[in-house]
Every structure is written in C-alpha cells, then in structure tokens.
Design a protein around this ligand. Structure first.
Ligand code: ZN
Length: 133
C-alpha cells in the first residue's frame, strides 16, 4: 500500500515543508487543529515508535524541539502540545511514525472538526516559522 508520507518525502505529493534535514522532515498537517499544526517524520519509513532505531528517534525529537521553540517565538504560541499515536487503537491513521506538534494560542480554540488547510493559512504560518528557524 502506498504511504502518503513517503510520497511527500519523495516529492510526489504536495505539502508545505516547514523543516528538513538528512534524516527528518516536517510539514504542515493537512487538517490543522490550530494554525501551525505540524507533523515531524523520519525520512525512512517505520510504522510505530517500537520500530524506529533510538538514535533516529532522538533526531526526530531534536526537530520537535526546534519546531516547538519556533512556535513560541515565531507564531506567538502560549503553549505547544506534542502527540504521537501508535496503532489502530490509538487512532494512528498514516502508518508512518509521526509526531504532531500543535501550537496553542490564548483565546483561540482548537478546531473540531479539523478544517482543510488553506493556502493563506499555510503561507502565513510558513513565513512566521521560517523567520525564526
Ligand atoms: Zn512511509
């Protein structure tokens, strides 16, 4: 079965890339809970946290840390939530390990249901994050 995230990593599927290095890539979630909701994934395909080699997991967490800081500094977030789901029971939808990094803002409620990311929101968020990355 084709993997949506591997397609993004290979450049076969469009995404708004926030951060990229040799091992890790981060892009905006297509259905953001809040503006800036980002997914951090390893370039190599592993399904869950149990399969990822620990040194790579550590590299992923470095990116999570960098992005969290960027959300406070660049987006003016008052909080950042990091979420990682493993397996069907935890409602992992894409079987390629990913960390959700979700900024929260004073006075802004998380959106439910999650709306489709708009180009306008994506460009705003990318501009703000890139100014501090
Ligand atoms: Zn994959």
């Amino acid at each position: 079965m084709p993997c949506t995230f591997c397609e993004i990593i290979r450049g076969e599927r469009e995404a708004y890339i926030v951060y990229s290095d040799e091992e890790v890539i981060a892009f905006l979630d297509k259905y953001p809970v809040t503006p800036g909701h980002t997914l951090v994934v390893p370039r190599e395909h592993y399904e869950t946290i149990m399969e990822v080699p620990t040194p790579l997991l550590s590299r992923i967490m470095e990116a999570v840390k960098i992005l969290s800081r960027a959300m406070f500094e660049g987006l003016g977030a008052s909080g950042v939530r990091v979420v990682q789901n493993n397996g069907r029971g935890a409602m992992q939808v894409i079987p390629h390990i990913h960390f959700h990094v979700i900024p929260f803002y004073d006075g802004v409620e998380p959106r439910r249901p999650r709306p489709l990311l708009t180009r306008e929101e994506a460009e705003y968020v990318l501009g703000r994050l890139r100014s501090v990355l």
